[in-house]
Design a protein around this ligand. Structure first.
Ligand SMILES: Cc1ncc(COP(=O)(O)O)c(C=O)c1O
Length: 496
C-alpha cells in the first residue's frame, strides 16, 4: 500500500498553498502571508491612537459572533485575515494606545514584536540545554545584562519566566526549601512543623497570596504587615509579627518586600527589612515587578537601597521595559534553592548530555516546556540600548511628576499618595462632601473620562477612599496625552 493516497480531486483553499500532502503552509505562501500580517500590524500601530482605548463592548457579545464549531475544511488566509480585522481588532482593549494609563502599562515595542515573530518561527523550547543550546545560553547572557543594568552584584543569577506571579511562586517555593521544610520531597501533610509564615505588607500584590495558596502554605500563612501613612511596610510591626510567631511555635519562611506596590507604587524600606531577614534567617523576596526598570537609571536608585541583599528579586520587562507580554525576570542569589525545589530527572529527558554539566532551566521552575523569551529581550535591548530605555523611563517619570504637580496646585483635587515613580493616585475633592458620596462622584468622573475613549484610567482604594490612578508607562505616551487626561478629568468634574 502506498503511503501517499491519491490527491483529492479538488484541494481545499488552504491546501492550494500547501500541496496535497497535508504539510505546513508552503514557504512562499508563508512569505507572502507574513508580509501581509506585518503590514496589518504596522497599520494597526500607526492608527491605534485614533481608536477608543477600550471600545464600548458588552460582556458576552463577542463569542456569539464566532462559529460555535471548528471548521471541518481549511479556509483561505484572505478570509481569516479579514476576520482578524472584522472580529479581533475592533474587540481589543488597546494596550498599545498612548492614552492607556490604567493598571501598569505593557507596550509591545517594534523590536520586541519582531523578536516574538522570530521566536514563534524558530520554534524553540529551551527546557534542556540540548533542546535549545542558544536559547539556554542566551537566557544566561540576557539575564546577566539586565542584572548589570540594574546595578546588582554578580552574585545574582536568574531566569526568565512568563509573569511576576510565576516568578514569585518560584521564589517562594525555593524559600520553602531554604527554610529546611523539605516540602519538595515530603509534602506538607502530616508534618510536624507548625504553620509556615510569609510576611508581606497589606499593600503587597495578590500574586503573593496566590503563590502561598498554590504552594500549599495557604492564605493563612500570609501575615499582612500594616503600612504607614505612605503605604510602606511598618518595619517595627514586621519584627513584632515574626517574634510573636516564633513565640507561638510557628515557622517563619520568607519576607516579601515590594518596591512599587500595585495600588500606589509605595516603596517598602528594603534597607531596613534586609537586616531583619538576615538576622532571622528568612528568605527575602523583593517584588519590583513594575518599578524594577527604574534602577536602570543610577541617579534614581535610592528607592532600591538594600535590594542587593535580597535572596530573590522579580521585575517584569513586559511592564515598564516595553517588551511584549510575556516576560518576567527572576533574579536570585540562591539558584541552588530553586534547583532543590524543582529538580527532577525523568528517564525520557536523559537522552543526551547525561554527564556534561549543562544548565537545564526546567530544573529551576515549575513547568518543563519554556518559551525562548531571551530572543525578544536580546533584540529589544540591542535596538533601544540602555541609554534609550533610560531616556524613555525618565520621560515617563517627568510626565507623571508634572501631572502630580497639576493635582497639587488645583484646589479641588487631592493627591492621595507620594509619586516615587510614574503613577499618580488622586481624587476630586471640592470640600463639603465625604464618604460614599465623594466616592460615588469620583467613580462617575473616572467613568465619564473613560467613556470618551481617549484615555483609560483605573482605580484603587487607599485608606478606604476611592482613588483614581494615572500610570504613565506606554512607549507612545507623550506630554500631550497626559495634558489631555487632565483636561478630561477637569471637564468631567465640572459636569459631576
Ligand atoms: C507589584 C506587582 N507584583 C506582581 C504583579 C503581577 O504581575 P504579573 O501579571 O506579571 O503576574 C503586579 C501586577 O501588576 C504588580 O503590580
Amino acid at each position: 500500500m502506498s503511503l501517499d493516497p491519491d490527491p483529492p480531486a479538488e484541494l481545499v483553499p488552504s491546501e492550494r498553498a500547501t500541496g496535497p500532502g497535508g504539510g505546513d503552509m508552503d514557504p512562499e505562501a508563508f512569505r507572502d502571508a507574513a508580509h501581509r500580517v506585518v503590514d496589518l500590524l504596522a497599520d494597526y500601530l500607526a492608527s491605534v491612537e485614533g481608536r477608543a482605548v477600550f471600545p464600548p463592548i458588552e460582556p458576552g457579545s463577542i463569542a456569539p459572533r464566532f462559529p460555535a464549531a471548528p471548521p471541518e475544511r481549511g479556509e483561505p488566509l484572505d478570509a481569516i485575515l479579514a476576520d482578524v480585522e472584522r472580529l479581533i481588532i475592533p474587540n481589543l482593549t488597546h494596550w498599545q494606545h498612548p492614552g492607556f494609563f490604567a493598571y501598569f502599562s505593557t507596550t509591545a515595542s517594534g523590536p520586541g514584536i519582531l523578536g516574538e515573530l522570530l521566536t514563534a518561527g524558530l520554534g524553540q523550547n529551551p527546557m534542556l540545554w540540548r533542546t535549545s543550546p542558544v536559547g539556554t545560553e542566551l537566557e544566561g547572557v540576557v539575564v546577566d545584562w539586565l542584572r548589570q543594568a540594574l546595578g546588582l552584584p554578580d552574585t545574582f543569577d536568574g531566569l526568565i519566566t512568563d509573569t511576576a506571579s510565576t516568578s514569585s511562586l518560584t521564589a517562594l517555593a525555593a524559600a520553602r526549601e531554604a527554610a529546611g521544610l523539605d516540602v519538595a520531597a515530603r509534602g506538607l501533610s502530616g508534618r510536624d512543623f507548625d504553620a509556615p509564615r510569609v510576611y508581606a505588607s497589606e499593600q503587597a500584590h495578590s500574586s503573593i497570596e496566590k503563590a502561598c495558596m498554590t504552594l500549599g502554605l495557604g492564605r493563612a500563612s500570609v501575615v499582612k504587615i500594616p503600612t504607614d501613612v505612605d503605604y510602606e511596610m511598618d518595619v517595627v510591626a514586621l519584627e513584632r509579627a515574626i517574634a510573636d510567631d516564633r513565640a507561638a511555635g510557628r515557622t517563619p519562611v520568607a519576607i516579601v518586600a515590594t518596591i512599587g506596590t500595585t495600588s500606589s507604587t509605595a516603596v517598602d524600606p528594603v534597607d531596613a527589612i534586609a537586616p531583619i531577614a538576615e538576622r532571622e534567617r528568612l528568605w527575602l523576596h523583593v517584588d519590583a515587578a513594575y518599578a524594577g526598570p527604574v534602577a536602570l537609571i543610577p541617579e534614581r536608585r535610592a528607592a532600591f537601597a538594600g535590594w542587593e541583599r535580597a535572596d530573590s528579586i522579580v521585575f517584569n520587562p513586559h511592564k515598564w521595559l516595553f517588551v511584549p507580554f510575556d516576560a518576567s525576570v527572576l533574579l536570585t542569589r540562591r539558584m541552588d534553592a530553586l534547583h532543590r525545589a524543582f529538580s527532577l530527572h525523568p528517564e525520557y529527558l536523559r537522552t543526551l548530555d547525561r554527564t556534561s554539566p549543562v544548565r537545564d532551566y526546567n530544573e529551576y521552575q515549575p513547568q518543563l516546556g519554556r518559551r525562548f523569551r531571551a530572543l525578544k529581550l536580546w533584540i529589544h535591548l540591542r535596538w533601544f540600548g540602555l541609554e534609550g530605555l533610560r531616556r524613555r523611563i525618565d520621560r515617563h517619570i517627568d510626565m507623571a511628576q508634572a501631572f502630580a504637580s497639576w493635582i497639587d496646585d488645583a484646589p479641588d483635587w487631592e493627591r492621595l499618595a507620594p509619586v516615587p515613580f510614574s503613577t499618580v493616585c488622586f481624587r476630586w475633592d471640592p470640600g463639603g462632601l465625604g464618604g460614599a458620596e465623594l466616592d460615588a462622584r469620583n467613580t462617575a468622573i473616572m467613568d465619564a473620562v473613560n467613556r470618551t475613549g481617549e484615555v483609560f484610567l483605573s482605580h484603587t482604594r487607599l485608606a478606604n477612599r476611592f482613588t483614581i490612578r494615572l500610570s504613565v508607562g506606554n512607549l507612545r505616551t507623550e506630554p500631550r496625552h497626559v495634558e489631555r487626561a487632565w483636561r478630561l478629568l477637569r471637564d468631567a468634574a465640572a459636569a459631576a
